[in-house]
Unconditional design. Structure first.
Length: 627
């Protein structure tokens, strides 16, 4: 649209009450039913701009209220008298499409004659076609399914007045740029274009320049992770202990609704099975599930029948539930940005939340990088003990007991206790025994043998052989002091220094990654490759073959009189006195089938030429005196 890019920036970071934004009575009532009173920073700044009809680029992370930031002004500008399509919202995933659709329905609760439909793959297209035929004002869909309806003619863009690209950077990363541009080009006339993105990448700026007119940028990304309402902690543990630590944290914090992130789908399924075995109401969410399965799981998570939802990053993109108390990074995310997306699922709608992260071994350095990139501090904590969990449960039971006593209706239970009482037991003994039975039954699923305070060897940084730092490990100090040389990788068994001749070889090859000592004499002829050259002729051969990956000598010295057929010339015709190596026609004979030892016994050509590896002494030292 615009030939030049003229961007107006807004960085006021103000927070207003919804009553101050000039919204209709129906919308304010719906917002109040949702439990919101004060608008978030992105809502306070974006809503007035969008109500005026301007284009906008919103930089905001998940969990900042960006959906309501564009949904509220869009609903206010809809014409309920017209049944034509007036707005299209594009989202990268099916889950996000469903979440945005539900947000619209809540905000349109008291609006009449307004209809919204989600369109995405995995759902029956016939149902979508019937709804579109009746007439809707808002379509919320993935780029692929929206393009499908456009080709069928069930979605016509000529009457669209507003196009929203939600999480535009994610859609570009997923390869939807061509679909996005096609949809924007098909919406003719005066159009309000709204983009929400976590980053301002080059591709975003190109779309802005081509399809937006004088957009206003609202940037609230500095609010994304520094919110004090999210407590962030991490635990250094071994991989095998992760399920036990997760169970202890769920119990000691009495988490009612939790979201657990894993890096792989197989890890999701495995963890769900483990949690169900321990008695938790858990379910999985990942890409291998059908859309009906996903919808069923998400409905259970929202109504509380599923207490722990285990998901991958892709499937978790569209999860927008306000009551999530804790987020667990069961696996540290591969991408640093995913950490921000994950923990943003908790502490919604002004509530508090906790983000727990499990790190194993050297992953602690990746966590430190996340801290530096986001300017945050993640506190390290120790795994709670069984005694601490029992104390927490006892305190929880104390409040429940108080409520039950005050409620009354305990006569039949009092009669049973009196039957147990006598000269031997008191009511206090019986109450303590009942509490012990209850606590121990709940603690049956915990592993009492795990010692989380034991040192974890895998968190130690690896020792590198390439640097020249002093050895900091006490058990090697004595050997290093004696040898005077840094220990080489792969040479741990040789603690004593070599002789003078060998030490000179080490200095020569000091830049190599790994030192490979020559094999003992008598094993293979290729042991000559790792030893010093013997004479001038051998030096010439070594220099010639220096660039070859591996030198493979012939099996015996008596089966090659002439030049090698493979191009290798380890022997000189002039130095060979073995006349039997030639056939009648003068061609070199094949290997006779004898082993190396037998062939060396029959001829002394190799013995006369080569000596013991590493020595330039008289020939014959390797095989003994030639008799």
């Amino acid at each position: 649209m615009g030939e030049h890019l003229n961007i107006e920036r807004s960085n006021k970071m103000t927070k207003l009450r919804f009553e101050e934004l000039g919204l209709s009575k129906e919308t304010l009532t719906a917002i109040k039913d949702m439990g919101f009173e004060e608008a978030s920073p992105i809502q306070s700044e974006a809503i007035p701009i969008l109500l005026s009809g301007k284009d906008l680029i919103g930089q905001a992370q998940t969990g900042t209220g960006k959906t309501a930031a564009f949904a509220i002004p869009l609903i206010e500008r809809l014409d309920p008298e017209s049944k034509e399509l007036q707005a299209v919202i594009l989202c990268p995933t099916r889950e996000l499409v469903i979440q945005v659709s539900e947000e619209f329905r809540k905000l349109m609760k008291y609006k009449e004659n307004l209809w919204v439909i989600p369109v995405y793959g995995g759902q029956e297209i016939e149902r979508q076609l019937r709804t579109l035929k009746r007439g809707v004002q808002v379509v919320i869909g993935t780029p692929g399914r929206t393009m499908d309806h456009m080709r069928r003619g069930s979605i016509k863009m000529n009457s669209v007045k507003t196009v929203v690209l939600d999480e535009a950077d994610e859609m570009l990363d997923m390869g939807f740029r061509e679909d996005m541009e096609t949809i924007l080009k098909d919406s003719q006339g005066e159009r309000q274009t709204i983009m929400f993105s976590a980053t301002m990448a080059k591709d975003i700026l190109e779309l802005t320049k081509q399809y937006q007119k004088d957009p206003v940028i609202v940037n609230v990304t500095n609010k994304k992770i520094n919110a004090p309402k999210i407590q962030q902690v991490y635990f250094e543990i071994q991989e095998k202990n992760k399920p036990e630590v997760l169970a202890r944290l769920l119990d000691i914090h009495n988490v009612k609704l939790a979201l657990v992130f894993c890096n792989t789908k197989s890890q999701v399924d495995q963890l769900v099975n483990d949690l169900k075995t321990r008695g938790y109401f858990a379910d999985a969410l990942h890409g291998d599930m059908s859309q009906n399965q996903r919808d069923k799981v998400m409905n259970g998570f929202r109504n509380g029948s599923v207490e722990i939802l285990v998901a991958t990053d892709v499937a978790g993109r569209g999860i927008d539930v306000n009551d999530i108390e804790a987020v667990f990074n069961y696996d540290l995310p591969r991408d640093d940005e995913d950490y921000t997306h994950r923990i943003g699922r908790t502490a919604r709608a002004g509530k508090t939340g906790t983000a727990f992260t499990f790190v194993t071994g050297k992953q602690v350095y990746n966590l430190k990088r996340i801290e530096r990139a986001n300017g945050i501090k993640i506190q390290r904590q120790s795994v709670p003990t069984i005694d601490e969990i029992e104390l927490t449960k006892i305190n929880s039971y104390a409040s429940k007991i108080t409520e039950i006593i005050e409620a009354g209706h305990l006569s039949k239970y009092v009669n049973q206790i009196e039957l147990f009482m006598g000269e031997e037991y008191t009511s206090l003994d019986i109450a303590a025994a009942l509490l012990k039975i209850t606590i121990e039954k709940e603690n049956e699923g915990f592993d009492h043998t795990v010692d989380f305070e034991a040192p974890i060897e895998e968190v130690r940084p690896p020792r590198r052989s390439s640097d020249n730092r002093s050895n900091k490990f006490a058990k090697f100090e004595k050997e290093d002091r004696r040898s005077g040389f840094p220990r080489r990788k792969g040479n741990d068994s040789q603690d004593k220094p070599f002789d003078g001749q060998k030490r000179a070889y080490d200095r020569k090859n000091e830049s190599e990654k790994e030192y490979k000592p020559s094999r003992p004499a008598g094993r293979r002829n290729d042991s000559f490759r790792d030893s010093k050259p013997f004479d001038g002729e051998k030096k010439t051969y070594n220099r010639k073959n220096e660039g070859e990956p591996e030198y493979k000598p012939f099996r015996s010295s008596d089966n090659r009189k002439s030049d090698s057929t493979k191009g290798d010339k380890p022997y000189n015709r002039a130095n060979s006195d073995n006349k039997s190596a030639l056939e009648k026609d003068g061609s070199p004979s094949r290997y006779s089938g004898k082993n190396r030892n037998d062939s060396y016994k029959e001829t002394g050509s190799s013995r006369k030429k080569y000596g013991k590896p590493g020595e330039n002494k008289k020939p014959g030292n390797k095989f003994g005196k030639n008799k």
